[in-house]
Design a protein around this ligand. Structure first.
Ligand code: G6P
Ligand code: ZN
Length: 558
């Protein structure tokens, strides 16, 4: 039975250029007449050949934010109009980004439309987002996002199928015209995936033999609540008090669903006050994570290094598939490099952005990777994966406890530092500074790199070994990414990195990353900010950040 497809005239909107994280705008922008329709149709028309949208299978879901119900109806109408053969949709439109990546791979779908603005606040006055992922489960490459953008600039007609309102609240399969809509359980396939990666029996055994060990997972009222509930309460049998903020809310309860010490302060406070052993949080769409313990914060840079260190011992997936290389983004600390060297593994330094890992993974050269921006993951999917990182950490704890190595997060960190030394790391963010000053600051540094004037100079106790503007030559597709951030590397291996954020929405965000290595055991328990203070002072002097931005203090320190 074919449906009636109406041709509706439309006019282009400016600025529908998706980044690798999709198109993110205020809800009110998406609510303008045909704004969402134009972008969704452009996305469908940009689906790569062979095949395109006609006959395609698409995975659809999002992080539970405001406007998802409306967007789902629009996607159904335009998909049917474009001849899509099947939509696989999470119940109530709920799918975390990693869960969607898994479904695309598992069902060999053509791609997926993810309705999320990640960790940005939601609700009628905040953000909405639409992101297209391709058949490997990862974000669309620039060739696709550029095509979407080109189409949005000239779009004249919409092809809207005349179908009744679709019920996305009930699990089951329905047909509208020639298109099948499968509404599926949002968490089931993802939980199965986690059970195929980790040893859940070992985890249950750990909690059984350590009945006083308490964990607390904060879903931040984003999408991971139901996943966390399913994994920790239903599968591992932990009490419901092990999860907080686990109901996805359209406005994330008014919060900012980004797992760091600033925005996840409720979790941090409870862990300290109630003496909880292990705390973790994930962001709005479930790809980021933060790991803490009583009196311990695991920097994402250390987290990925520690996961890599224990991978083969504690995680069945890596026992089976091996660990074929490690990777980090350039500003991420070099802790993981030290693990790679010790294990004789290939390791990569890529620009900020998860897409660079995907190429390496598809080529079988990277198994575990991470970014300082609270992203950790592996080649089980092509997105970073918050809950995967949390279960990886619980697996490490269970293993280390069984081996009588350590049980607390603090002791696991210390054990790691004893073996590898400690890479002190911190990031200072200066949000919403004037673009002019920020650009001039970077241009000045770029000029100094060209002239070679910084080389060999000493600032405080730090002598510069080299400076450059990071350039990445992708070993797989041979693409070259230039100007990825100013690197100032000192003779003792310490680094200062300065770059402008690619994800800010207002003005410019300057990111200043500082890293200092120590193999002096007396320093391993030191406070990060204290340990880094001398280097931060020099970073501010070299960059003249205060002079160019007018800012005395950062907006956020992580
Ligand atoms: C997103 C991307 C990450 C990136 C982070 C910060 O989460 O998926 O790959 O590290 O944003 O990017 P930025 O350009 O703002 O530093
Ligand atoms: Zn996210």
């Amino acid at each position: 039975m074919s449906v009636n497809v109406k041709t509706v005239p439309t006019t282009p909107y400016e600025g529908q250029k998706p980044g690798t994280s999709g198109l993110r705008k205020r809800v009110k922008v998406f609510q303008q007449e045909n704004y969402t329709e134009n972008f969704v149709q452009a996305t469908l028309q940009a689906i790569p050949e062979p095949g395109g949208a006609k006959g395609a299978t698409l995975v659809i879901g999002g992080d539970g934010r405001y406007y998802i119900p409306e967007a789902l109806q629009i996607i159904a109408k335009l998909s049917a109009g474009a001849g899509v053969s099947k939509l696989i949709v999470g119940q109530n439109g709920i799918l975390s980004t990693p869960a969607a990546s898994n479904l695309i791979r598992k069902f060999k779908a053509t791609g997926g439309i993810l309705l999320t603005a990640s960790h940005n606040p939601g609700g009628p006055n905040n953000d909405f987002g639409i992101k297209y992922n391709v058949s490997n489960g990862g974000p669309a490459p620039e060739s696709v996002t550029n095509k979407i953008y080109e189409i949005t600039k000239t779009i004249k007609e919409l092809y809207i199928a005349d179908i009744p309102k679709v019920d996305f609240t009930t699990i089951g399969s329905t047909k509208v015209g020639d298109m099948t809509i499968d509404v599926i359980d949002s968490t089931e396939d993802y939980v199965q995936l986690m059970k195929s990666i980790f040893d859940f029996d070992a985890l249950r055994e750990f909690f059984k033999s350590n009945p006083n060990y308490r964990i607390l997972f904060d879903g931040m009222n984003g999408v991971t609540g139901p996943y966390g509930y399913h994994l920790f309460v239903k599968e591992l049998g932990l009490p419901e008090s092990s999860v907080m903020n686990f109901k996805p809310l359209a406005d994330f309860g008014g919060g900012h669903p980004d797992p760091n010490l600033t925005y996840a302060h409720d979790l941090v406070e409870r862990v300290e006050k109630e003496g909880i052993d292990f705390g973790a949080a994930s962001d709005g769409d479930g790809d980021r994570n933060m790991i803490i313990g009583k009196g311990a914060f695991v920097t994402p840079s250390d987290s990925v290094a520690i996961i890599a260190h224990y991978a083969k011992a504690a995680i069945p997936y890596f026992q089976k598939n091996g660990v074929n290389g490690l990777a980090r983004s350039m500003p991420t600390s070099q802790a993981i490099d030290l693990v790679a060297k010790q294990q004789g593994l290939e390791h990569f330094e890529v620009p900020t952005g998860w897409k660079f890992f995907g190429n390496l993974m598809d080529a079988g050269r990277c198994s575990i990777c991470g970014e300082e921006s609270f992203g950790t993951g592996s080649d089980h999917i092509r997105e970073k994966d918050g809950l995967w990182a949390v279960i990886a950490w619980l697996s490490i704890i269970a293993y280390a406890n069984k081996q009588k190595l350590a049980t607390s997060v603090h002791d696991i960190l210390q054990l790691h530092y004893k073996q590898y030394g400690r890479n002190f790391f911190s990031r200072y963010d200066y949000e919403e500074v004037e673009s002019k000053g920020a650009n001039e600051m970077v241009e000045r540094l770029q000029g100094q790199i060209k002239s070679g004037e910084l080389k060999g100079k000493t600032f405080g106790n730090f002598k510069i070994a080299f400076v450059d503007d990071f350039e990445y030559n992708d070993p797989i597709d041979k693409s070259v990414s230039s100007n990825q951030g100013v690197r100032i590397v000192f003779e003792d291996g310490s680094r200062v990195i300065i770059r402008l954020s690619g994800t800010g929405s207002q003005g410019a965000t300057v990111r200043l990353y500082v890293e200092k290595y120590s193999n002096n055991a007396a320093e391993y328990d030191a406070d990060t900010q204290k340990a880094l203070k001398p280097l931060i002072d020099q970073a501010l002097a070299i960059s003249q950040l205060k002079e160019f931005t007018g800012r005395d203090t950062p907006t956020v320190i992580t």
